[in-house]
Design a protein around this ligand. Structure first.
Ligand code: TRP
Length: 336
């Protein structure tokens, strides 16, 4: 039976945290068991907003790759690659740009919001306006049927589907399939200060964290601010540690005990944190083993990327071989 094709991408932002794990990667790892998965580190997308600090892009990509592999994305099961290694992404981006009305791009809520919020960067570029067109190209190049992304990508996904309809209208019925969003319930993981976990807030628990520093961060985490003394009763619903328990504690019986213990001052915050730390440490043990294996042999990482790019490009060529004639272009004779 033919497996459903999946594409998803992540911008190379450097070390990933437990928010990325719970919000995306755990699902990506599960999908590789029974889907045909393509996962791209989308470095061109990163440059669209970070072109002025491009020096670190290479390192950021390698950090993401190592995190992906350590959580269990498996190059034997999934195609793992870097977007810029497969030139057809840029080619299809150009092809789609022929039929992308500027109005669609100017109306994109993400564009408007980012132009507003990132005033320290000059985002008034041609490429940044076209961000969703490159994202559509990423997906359509592989004719991916399902795209696991968060709700924040809804507008981009809708634009991808509108582009498919427009492409098929001009250039040939049903050459490209409309990609569906694979919305998975993604538990929110707060950072150590209770705000959304984000590198820029300095409140992140990283996938690459050592057991010692993980415990250090959990131990000093803020809890229900009203629970000042060990003898005060607490309210888990006002505690960021509890929100993290809800995502990573695998023992419902223990959860019930902690909930009751907190509310009755039967246990202290440190007891709750120790329990959470044990669950996270157990989950991360295999991450560390895989990381160590890849980190000690950099050639392994290059091999993963080379093999990923080779497989991705083979799939991309098949699609482009249909796009060229559909758009009225002559396919190079040695590419037929
Ligand atoms: N825009 C996505 C994000 O910011 C990243 C991305 C680029 C992507 N291309 C994609 C996601 C293709 C899914 C499919 O998260």
């Amino acid at each position: 039976m033919k497996k459903i094709r999946i594409f998803s991408g992540m911008r190379p932002t450097g070390q990933l945290h437990l928010g990325h794990l719970a919000g995306a990667l755990t699902n990506w790892v599960a999908l590789q068991e029974d889907h045909d998965c393509f996962y791209g580190i989308v470095d061109w997308h990163a440059l669209m907003s970070n072109y002025a600090e491009s020096e670190n892009t290479r390192q950021l990509c390698m950090d993401v790759l190592l995190d992906w592999l350590s959580v269990g994305l498996d190059p034997e099961k999934s195609c793992i690659f870097i977007q810029s290694h497969v030139p057809q992404h840029a080619e299809l981006f150009l092809a789609l740009s022929m039929i992308t009305p500027l109005g669609w791009l100017y109306r994109n809520p993400t564009y408007k919001e980012q132009i507003q919020n990132l005033q320290n960067k000059d985002l008034g570029t041609f490429a940044f306006l076209g961000y969703p067109v490159l994202m559509a190209a990423d997906i359509l190049l592989y004719k991916a049927e399902k795209v696991p992304v968060g709700e924040d990508q809804n507008a981009h996904m809708e634009l991808s589907r509108e582009l498919v309809r427009r492409f098929n209208h001009f250039f040939g019925e049903n050459l490209l399939p409309e990609p569906q969003t694979l919305l998975t319930p993604t538990p929110k993981v707060p950072g150590t200060d209770g705000r959304k976990m984000s590198k820029s807030y300095g409140n992140s628990l990283y996938i690459s964290e050592s057991p010692e520093s993980m415990w250090d961060k959990l131990r000093t985490m803020m809890t229900d601010p009203a629970r000042e003394r060990r003898t005060d009763a607490g309210d888990p619903d006002k505690c960021p540690v509890w929100d993290i328990q809800k995502v990573f504690n695998r023992d419902p019986g223990q959860m019930a005990e902690i909930d009751k213990g907190c509310r009755t001052a039967g246990i202290g915050c440190i007891d709750c944190k120790k329990a959470l730390n044990a669950h996270i440490a157990e989950m991360m043990e295999p991450f560390r083993e895989r990381r160590a294996r890849y980190a000690k042999d950099p050639a392994l990482l290059s091999d993963v990327l080379a093999e990923g790019a080779r497989r991705a490009e083979a799939a991309a060529r098949e699609t482009m071989a249909q796009i060229y004639p559909a758009m009225g272009l002559i396919t190079r004779a040695d590419r037929v």
